[in-house]
Write a protein that binds this ligand. Structure first.
Ligand code: SF4
Ligand code: SF4
Length: 254
């Protein structure tokens, strides 16, 4: 189906979506695990884009063996916050730190760095079934213990459309941090960093409410190959996976 370059197509989809009112966009991600080569390019691109400190990785890649010997399948499954439509992290975090998490009309679960305290992080982590979705920025730098900070660690990030420079005592230091589908890029006409850098062309992003978008078409035309992680928990994640073994893949997510 992909006669044209997927990135070009997704970029065109994005331009179309941005012409719509924000509340009518419905951002979603799809990962074709059959195409992921486990290069961790997405992980590194995300760290660079969002200036992430040690111990914080919005995007990880799980190397999973499914089934029992001799009938086993090995898959590489990229994971990030699933931007759940029924996100248990939101009420949990807001109960201890009001206003710390918000479910946006476009589907993104957004963090308010000014309010997302360690207590909010702990509550969200306890409520989230996905384990590798939420992190806490404890103020460390990769260059701790060396004579000088490096410029790459002091660059600002532009998450949620604001400028943030990691400094002791100032957000996002001491705040909950997680994937936000790079909404600061998306709203400026750029695809998320993990999508543009995906060597395997395994990661897709777009507006699910647009039936002409590549992501909507992919999910529509591959219904029997699509799974979402922990769908049975009712979280309604916005990250979809394409796999030849959806039942196995769904049943054995670690
Ligand atoms: S994956 Fe976890 S942190 Fe992300 S929206 Fe769902 S429940 Fe919240
Ligand atoms: S960049 Fe793409 S191919 Fe590489 S690990 Fe991430 S999802 Fe897989």
């Amino acid at each position: 189906m992909e006669a044209e370059n997927a990135l070009v197509r997704m970029h065109q989809d994005l331009q179309r979506a941005l012409k719509k009112p924000a509340e009518r966009r419905s951002w979603a991600m799809a990962v074709d695990v059959r195409k992921c080569i486990g290069c961790y390019g997405c992980t590194v691109a995300c760290i660079a884009e969002n200036v992430l400190p040690p111990g914080v990785m919005y995007r990880t890649v799980l190397d999973i063996e499914l089934g029992k010997y001799p009938n086993v399948v090995r898959i590489l499954k990229p994971m990030n916050c699933q931007q759940c439509d029924n996100a248990p992290c939101v009420p949990a975090a807001n109960a201890v730190a009001p206003g710390s998490l918000e479910k946006r009309p476009d589907g993104v679960v957004a963090v308010n760095y000014e309010r997302a305290t360690k207590e909010a992080f702990e509550a969200a982590r306890a409520a989230c079934p996905y384990k590798r979705a939420v992190y806490f920025d404890d103020g460390r730098f990769y260059t701790d213990g060396t004579p000088a900070r490096q410029a790459y660690e002091m660059r600002p990030s532009f998450e949620y459309g604001k400028e943030w420079t990691r400094t002791a005592g100032k957000p996002p230091v001491n705040a909950l941090r997680k994937c936000h589908f790079c909404v600061h890029r998306v709203e400026n006409g750029e695809l998320p960093a993990c999508v543009t850098t995906c060597v395997g062309e395994a990661t897709y992003f777009g507006d699910l409410s647009d039936p002409q978008s590549l992501i909507a078409q992919l999910l529509r035309e591959n219904r029997d190959k699509v799974m979402r992680v922990y769908e049975s928990k009712g979280t309604q994640p916005r990250v979809y996976y394409l796999t030849d073994t959806p039942v196995l893949c769904k049943s054995q997510h670690p």
